[in-house]
Design a protein around this ligand. Structure first.
Ligand SMILES: [Zn+2]
Length: 366
């Protein structure tokens, strides 16, 4: 991110954050930390995590960092990276310039950038455990995510005493860009988001800091409005893959009983990855009357899944909505399928995956 001409400026930014008024103060704190915290170990010059770790140790000496917990470390080292991260206007201009070459050139650049700023922490992502296993449904990806920071007890205790803040409203809101964070909200000084248009509305594109699969991105509404799965949602998904044809995009279910997602903020997840469900074959072809240009079929998959494939966006959206409406109200007590119990809806379209392939036909799974 830095060039030779940035050297002195960057060094002075680091001094400022470390509350060190001269290179001597920093050198002194650093010598101490090197012998105490890191012993003999010389870190790799390319290893951001190692360098930041050392600067955090020095900051404990200068007093710029008051406690040694993981959460305080994360807040502090993000602040350090934040002062070195280009401003949003520059980042967006670079993205737009690359996008004019190709959407892939733009995402390649932005994904690298999001790691260079340490927004995606390469050292933590490396700890994740991943493998592929053969099953009757094809080769399934198994991942164990270890890169989300562990909460430390000190931070949990401190967060309990903090007033509830309404800013940013959630972790997906646009107001996270550049936000310093606090004990109960991650620091995002080094976070940058890219504006896109989805369903004629302003939306944004960013990467997930936790990378569940390659180039795991999040596409989110500029407004903090709840997720809804409806005809417009299908349109939004197709709008995204038209702009990023090398990516897939999918949606979590919008029901709380499925868990895990931020339902209060309209968003989707995508990435540069082909999941097993996409490779699974059609087990039972379907004919949908009134939609002669849509190929449809039940996918050989452990959950109920219908794949729709067509070059006609409107047909896909209309048929998807029809299936969704029928599915939401569908019950078959003999098979223990209930549309709802005690007023709580169960039927959902989880993980709708879309991809436009090179010939611009679109496939859809429900
Ligand atoms: Zn939000």
């Amino acid at each position: 991110m830095l060039e030779e001409t940035d050297r002195i400026w960057a060094y002075n930014q680091i001094l400022m954050i470390l509350q060190a008024d001269s290179s001597e103060t920093l050198a002194e704190a650093d010598t101490d930390s090197r012998t105490s915290a890191h012993g003999e170990k010389e870190e790799d010059a390319e290893d951001i995590a190692g360098i930041l770790d050392r600067l955090c140790s020095a900051a404990l000496k200068t007093g710029a960092l008051s406690d040694d917990g993981v959460v305080s470390h994360d807040l502090f080292d993000t602040k350090l990276m934040g002062v070195l991260t280009p401003r949003p206007a520059q980042v967006r201009a670079t993205f737009a310039r690359r996008y004019a070459q190709s959407p892939e050139a733009a995402t390649d650049w932005f994904y690298e950038f999001s790691q260079d700023t340490n927004y995606i922490r390469r050292d933590r992502i490396r700890r994740d455990v991943k493998w592929v296993t053969k099953t009757e449904y094809g080769e399934l990806d198994i991942t164990i995510n270890l890169s989300k920071p562990e909460k430390d007890p000190k931070a949990i205790a401190a967060a309990r005493n903090m007033p509830q803040s309404a800013y940013p409203k959630c972790q997906l809101c646009v107001e996270n860009e550049g936000y310093a964070g606090r004990l109960n909200h991650p620091a995002r000084e080094n976070h940058r988001i890219i504006p896109i248009t989805i369903n004629n509305n302003p939306w944004y594109f960013q990467y997930s800091p936790y990378v569940y699969y390659n180039e795991h991105c999040i596409v989110f509404n500029s407004q903090h409005v709840p997720m809804r799965i409806d005809a417009a949602a299908f349109r939004k998904l197709l709008d995204f893959v038209k702009q990023f044809p090398h990516y897939f995009v999918g949606s979590n279910a919008n029901l709380p009983i499925v868990g895990g997602s931020i339902l209060s903020h309209d968003h989707f997840q995508g990435g540069h990855y082909t999941f097993a469900m996409e490779k699974a074959e059609i087990e039972t072809p379907l004919v949908c009357s009134g939609y002669p240009d849509v190929e449809a079929g039940i996918v050989k998959w452990p959950l109920s899944a219908i794949r729709l494939r067509s070059a006609d966006d409107d047909a896909l959206v209309h048929l998807a909505e029809k299936i969704l409406t029928a599915w939401r109200g569908y019950s078959d007590p003999d098979a223990f399928i209930f549309a709802e119990t005690d007023g709580e809806p169960h039927m959902r379209t989880g993980q709708n995956h879309y991809r436009s392939s090179i010939d611009l036909t679109k496939k859809m799974w429900i």
